[in-house]
Design a binder for this molecule. Structure first.
Ligand code: ATP
Ligand code: MG
Length: 354
């Protein structure tokens, strides 16, 4: 099992070692996991003058799975957006032809008081956001500065989707729903945007191929409201790149912290990438304060989806729960009470349970 380890920048370098400890603790036999590390983001710029050095992309293409930390480094803030550390993850997803991003949002009962919502609104919360990853305003052309008759600065980005791009992410969502609660809510803005009218049309067509799965539609503004009002109504949410980016950060706070949520990205071909949904958090980097749970749960997702090791994945998820139940938390979860420990100590506690 070939695993590329791209820890990246900031807290990425602190949380990924904790995920590796958990993986080593459940490794079926010594050497079963072949870990190889490479620099990415600011670390890639330092090492090779490129946020995504060619050797790093090659390593990711060699691997069965990529375990990714985070990229983003304020030292490089003055670079153009396409060269900044953060560009590495978008280039990597493109380079690996990934178009689907799965973000499970599940509440650990031990953390019910850490949520921004009342415990009775979130008890038992378990939803999955399926975010389209390859299209939308993130990549649509034309983009950039355009002529302006009055000599003002004017810039465009283009929201763009083809039917086949919508269709393939639709299948990912409906198939995921079959393994869960058999309900898909497609989130769009079909009342205002032509692209989103196509989104709704195609989702409806895909849904007809899954008569056993219930399909509903919500406008993104209503979806945002309902995520706060009654998040348990959702099973699978499928949405575009931009809306998925926003809604998944919002949904993360339902569970108590952005430091809790893992994600998986994949495409048609072999290979997948697993990463926390949070960024490099320069404000707390180097202080042993970052929550490693999102990274540890990303490793568990990797075992489940890339290596069919569901039992080991569950052991890791349960071990995190056991540590939380023992009253150990990281600083971001301090509001629930308990003993606040550092990143390293939390990772050690999970490994010790395993
Ligand atoms: P990106 O552009 O990469 O998404 P971002 O600007 O959205 O990054 P993050 O790095 O995700 O920002 O951090 C947002 C806030 O959440 C920061 O204040 C950071 O300290 C906090 N945060 C992020 N991840 C964690 C974590 N694992 N543990 C604790 N706090 C975190
Ligand atoms: Mg963010």
């Amino acid at each position: 099992m070939k695993i590329a380890v791209l820890a990246g920048d900031g807290i990425g370098r602190e949380i990924i070692p904790q995920a590796l400890k958990a993986l080593r603790a459940v490794e079926p036999r010594p050497g079963a996991f072949e870990f190889r590390e490479a620099p990415v983001g600011g670390a890639g710029l330092d090492a090779a003058g490129d946020a995504l050095p060619p050797a790093t992309l090659e390593l990711a293409q060699w691997a069965d799975a990529v375990l990714f930390g985070a990229v983003g480094d304020p030292r490089y803030d003055s670079l153009p957006p396409g060269q900044m550390p953060g560009s590495a993850i978008r280039r990597l997803r493109k380079g690996l032809n990934f178009y689907a991003n799965l973000r499970p949002v599940k509440l650990y009962p031990e953390l019910r008081d850490a949520s921004t919502l009342k415990p009775e609104v979130i008890d038992g919360l378990d939803l999955l956001i399926v975010r389209e990853l390859s299209g939308d305003v993130y990549y649509g052309t034309p983009r950039g500065p355009v002529e302006n008759a009055r000599g003002e600065r004017e810039v465009v980005n283009t929201m763009r989707y083809s039917a086949s791009e919508i269709e393939r992410i639709g299948h990912v969502a409906f198939q995921a729903a079959r393994g869960r609660g058999r309900r898909v809510c497609s989130v769009d803005k079909a009342n205002v945007l032509e692209v989103m009218k196509l989104w709704r049309e195609v989702m409806t067509e895909v849904g007809q191929q899954y008569p056993d799965v219930q399909l509903t539609h919500l406008y993104v503004d209503a979806a945002a409201m309902n995520l706060m009002r009654d998040p348990r109504q959702f099973d699978v949410i499928v949405t575009s790149n931009l809306f998925g980016d926003i809604l998944s950060d919002q949904a993360s706070m339902l569970t108590g912290s952005i430091g809790l949520l893992p994600s998986a990205s994949f495409g048609q071909e072999r290979g997948a990438l697993y990463e926390p949904i949070h960024g490099s958090a320069p404000d707390i980097a180097g202080q042993d304060r970052a929550n490693p749970i999102a990274a540890i749960l990303s490793a568990a997702m990797m075992l489940r989806h890339s290596f069919r090791m569901a039992a080991e994945a569950e052991r890791i998820e349960a071990a995190v729960g056991r540590v939380l139940a023992s009253g150990i938390v990281t600083a971001d979860l301090g509001a629930v009470g308990g003993r606040v420990v550092g990143t390293e100590a939390f990772g050690d506690a999970v490994a010790a349970v395993l």
